[in-house]
Design a protein around this ligand. Structure first.
Ligand code: NOJ
Length: 490
C-alpha cells in the first residue's frame, strides 16, 4: 500500500468510526450496565390486530436483473465491479423471487404472516430513472400485491431500497438536486398504479445508510468516498422525501406514508458534558437526520460550530419542502453504540461511535442487545410526540443450515432467542406507552447482504442458492406460532 492508499484507508476507518453502526466492537467503551439485562417474555403483550410481518428488498431477493425491460441500477453496476463485494457475489439471480414470488407468498401465508414489507425497483419502473414507464415492471408489482392480498397479507411497499437507476447516478446521483423531482415523479407513478390496493407506504429505506455508505465512505453503491457528497446527497434525499410524500398523497389520498430509518441508540461513554453533547450529535445525524426534517422542517443539531449548509446546498425555502406530516415512523433496529467526543474526528460532527460487545455477537459481528430496541422506540416516541411506529426491520445473521432430509428442519435456536428477547422488549415499549403497530423480521429469506454477498444469512427461511430450494428454519416455525398467538408463550 503506498502512502496515499494508506491515508485513504485510515481516513475511511476514522470516518466509519465517526458515523457508522458498522464500527467494530471496542471493549473499553462499555457503559456501566455491563451485563445483558433480563427480559420479560411471559408478560409480553401485543395489541389486537398487531401486524406480524417480514421484510425483503428488491435487489436482495428478486434477481432477473435485466429482464422485462428493467434498466441497470447502481447495485448492478457496483456488484459487477471487481473487488466491491465479497466473493464477487451479485444480485443477478439472488433468491429468484421475480419468478418465485408465488412460492414466497405461500410461505408467508403458511407462517401466519399479516404484513409483508417489500420494495419496488425504480429501474424496473423507469429503466433510465425518468420519462417513459416500463409497463412490464409495474405489472410485476401489481401481480405481487394481488397475490399478497389474496393470501390475506397487508402489502407494505417501500419505494426506494437503494437500487437507483444507473443513468441517474451517471448524472451525479443523489448529490444532484435534480433527483428531487425525478424521484417524486417515480413515487407518483407507483402510488397511482398500486394505490387502490396498497395503503401503507415507506418512501425511503435507511436514508442515512445509503447516503453515508454509498457517498461518504464508498462501501456500498455507488462507491464514492467524500463526506461532502454524503452531505449533499442527504439534503437531496430530505427534499425528495418531502416532494414524494406530496406526490403520493395526490396520487392516492388514502395512502399512509412514512419512511424506514436505521436507528441505533447511542449512550455517552462517560458522564462528561462533552460526551453527552457528542451523543446528541450522533443521534441527530445517525438516527433522525431524515425524520426531524420531515416533522419540523429543519435540521436537528448535528454539527459542531457552523452547520455545513452551503456544502449541503441548502437554499431558502427548503425547510418547507422537507416538512411533511409523515403518517408513521419506521424503525430498523440492529444494535447500539457508545459515543464519545472526538475533537479530531470527522470535522463537522466530531464524535466517535463504537459498538459495545457485552451481549453475544451475531455472524455479522453485531452485538445482540434487545434493550436497545426498547430504548430507541421510547426515545423516538417521547421526542416526536408519540407517533405511530412500525418496526420495519430487526433480525440477525447466523449460518445454521438444514439437517439431513430425514431429520428435517434448520436448528437455529440463537435466532429464536434473538427474536424472543427483542419482541419482549418491544412489548415493554408498548406497555410504557409507545404506539407500535407492526413488526417486520429481517428477513423472510436468506438473501443478498449487499457488500457481504451471500456470506450472511438473515432469513427465517433457508435458501440453498444452488437450486433455490427454500427450507423453513426452526425460527420461522416459532415466529409463525407467535404471529398466530399474538404473544410469546408458544
Ligand atoms: C438494513 C437494510 O435495510 C437491509 O437491506 C439489510 O439487509 C439489513 N439491514 C441487514 O444488514
Amino acid at each position: 500500500m503506498n502512502r496515499r492508499d494508506f491515508l485513504n484507508a485510515s481516513l475511511a476507518v476514522t470516518a466509519t468510526a465517526a458515523f457508522s453502526r458498522h464500527a467494530h466492537a471496542h471493549p473499553l467503551a462499555v457503559p456501566t450496565d455491563a451485563s445483558m439485562p433480563p427480559v420479560d417474555v411471559a408478560g409480553a403483550r401485543f395489541p389486537k390486530g398487531f401486524h406480524w410481518g417480514t421484510a425483503t428488498a428488491s435487489y436482495q431477493v428478486e434477481g432477473a436483473w435485466k429482464e422485462d425491460g428493467k434498466g441497470e441500477s447502481v447495485w448492478d453496476r457496483f456488484a459487477h465491479t471487481v473487488g466491491k463485494v465479497k466473493g464477487g457475489d451479485t444480485g443477478d439471480v439472488a433468491c429468484d423471487s421475480y419468478h418465485r414470488y408465488k412460492e414466497d407468498i405461500a410461505i408467508m401465508k403458511q407462517l401466519n404472516q399479516k404484513s409483508c414489507r417489500f420494495s419496488v425497483s425504480w429501474p424496473r419502473i423507469q429503466p433510465t430513472g425518468s420519462g417513459a414507464v416500463n409497463q412490464k415492471g409495474l405489472d410485476f408489482y401489481s401481480r405481487y400485491v394481488d397475490a399478497l392480498l389474496e393470501a390475506g397479507i397487508r402489502p407494505m411497499c417501500t419505494l426506494y431500497h437503494w437500487d437507483l437507476p444507473q443513468e441517474l447516478e451517471d448524472k451525479g446521483g443523489w448529490p444532484n438536486r435534480d433527483l428531487v423531482n425525478l424521484f417524486a415523479d417515480y413515487a407518483g407513478i407507483v402510488t397511482k398504479t398500486l394505490g387502490d390496493r396498497v395503503t401503507t407506504w415507506a418512501i425511503f429505506n435507511e436514508p442515512w445508510v445509503f447516503t453515508y455508505l454509498g457517498y461518504g465512505i464508498g462501501i456500498h453503491a455507488p462507491g464514492k468516498k467524500d463526506v461532502n457528497l454524503f452531505l449533499k446527497a442527504s439534503h437531496t434525499v430530505n427534499l425528495a422525501q418531502g416532494q414524494a410524500f406530496r406526490a403520493m398523497k395526490a396520487a392516492s389520498p388514502k395512502a399512509k406514508v412514512g419512511s424506514a430509518f436505521s436507528m441505533s441508540p447511542g449512550a455517552p461513554a462517560t458522564d462528561s458534558k462533552a460526551d453527552h453533547a457528542a451523543a446528541d450529535r450522533y443521534h441527530a445525524i445517525n438516527n433522525v437526520f431524515f425524520l426531524h426534517t420531515a416533522i419540523y422542517g429543519e435540521y436537528p443539531k448535528a454539527f459542531v460550530g457552523e452547520p455545513p449548509y452551503d456544502v449541503m446546498g441548502v437554499k431558502e425555502g427548503d425547510g418547507k419542502i422537507m416538512q411533511v406530516p409523515l403518517d408513521w415512523v419506521g424503525i430498523n433496529y440492529y444494535n447500539r453504540h457508545t459515543i464519545s467526543n472526538a475533537p479530531h474526528g470527522e470535522p463537522h460532527t466530531q464524535f466517535d461511535a463504537v459498538m459495545p460487545a457485552v451481549g453475544p455477537l451475531t455472524y455479522m459481528g453485531w452485538e445482540v442487545w434487545p434493550r436497545g430496541l426498547y430504548d430507541i422506540i421510547t426515545q423516538i416516541s417521547k421526542e416526536y410526540n408519540r407517533p405511530i411506529i412500525e418496526i420495519t426491520e430487526n433480525g440477525c445473521s447466523y449460518l445454521d443450515s438444514p439437517l439431513a432430509e430425514d431429520k428435517g428442519g434448520v436448528p437455529d435456536q440463537r435466532r429464536i432467542n434473538y427474536y424472543r428477547d427483542h419482541l419482549a422488549e418491544l412489548a415493554r415499549a408498548i406497555k410504557d406507552g409507545a404506539d407500535v403497530r407492526g413488526y417486520h423480521a429481517w428477513s423472510l429469506l436468506d438473501n443478498y447482504e449487499w457488500a457481504e454477498g451471500y456470506g450472511q444469512r438473515f432469513g427465517l427461511v433457508y435458501v440453498d442458492f444452488r437450486d433455490q430450494k427454500r427450507t423453513i428454519k426452526n425460527s420461522g416455525h416459532w415466529y409463525s406460532k407467535v404471529a398466530a398467538a399474538n404473544h410469546l408463550n408458544v
